[in-house]
Design a protein around this ligand. Sequence first.
Ligand SMILES: Nc1nc2c(ncn2[C@@H]2O[C@H](COP(=O)(O)OP(=O)(O)OP(=O)(O)O)[C@@H](O)[C@H]2O)c(=O)[nH]1
Ligand SMILES: [Mg+2]
Length: 177
Amino acid sequence: MAVELYKAIIVGPPNVGKSSLVRRYQKGEFRDGYTATVAADLSVSQFDFPEGKVVLTIVDIGGQETFAGLRNRFYEGAHHLILVYDATSRSSFEKITPLYEALTEKICIQREHFLGGSLVANKCDLDGELEVTEQEGRLLADLLTLEFFMTSALTGKNVPELFHFAAAESMRLRRAS
Ligand SMILES: Nc1nc2c(ncn2[C@@H]2O[C@H](COP(=O)(O)OP(=O)(O)OP(=O)(O)O)[C@@H](O)[C@H]2O)c(=O)[nH]1
Ligand SMILES: [Mg+2]
């Protein structure tokens, strides 16, 4: 059976939980402490669909400003974009639109060959501390034509669904093009 290879990039401001989402998905674990991702981390996941196997490379890009110049290098050739904010941080939500615009401006992620993506509201386990409503998140996702997920790397809520969508949507969009 054919194997299809896709690349997903996971992008967002620092400290929103990008690496934690990947760690939860890949290893089924969660860590409390924060270690900023230096430049980027790569991992690979496999998915079995009725149509065939998908191998998804997940590029987890460090959000710190120091890596701003480097980031563009990792965008190249991406099939799927996962944009993450922290639902307990209004300022992280406000950085999503400029980040999205910067991404789409780059040669490698122009709308016509940039395929699919999701907007992710992470840290949804912190009920009492939410600074961004679900409705605001959904509105922005609609505006940017992204799927919307409310996740928690701590509890694992919607984490498999997020990465499964990335693989399935990459496959679907390639077939549709
Ligand atoms: N309560 C809660 N804390 C979380 C969640 N996800 C991540 N965290 C915490 O948030 C902090 C930042 O998580 P990281 O995954 O390192 O954030 P990041 O987006 O990869 O940060 P950069 O690599 O600097 O871009 C850590 O202290 C995590 O333990 C979550 O879903 N719920
Ligand atoms: Mg990280």
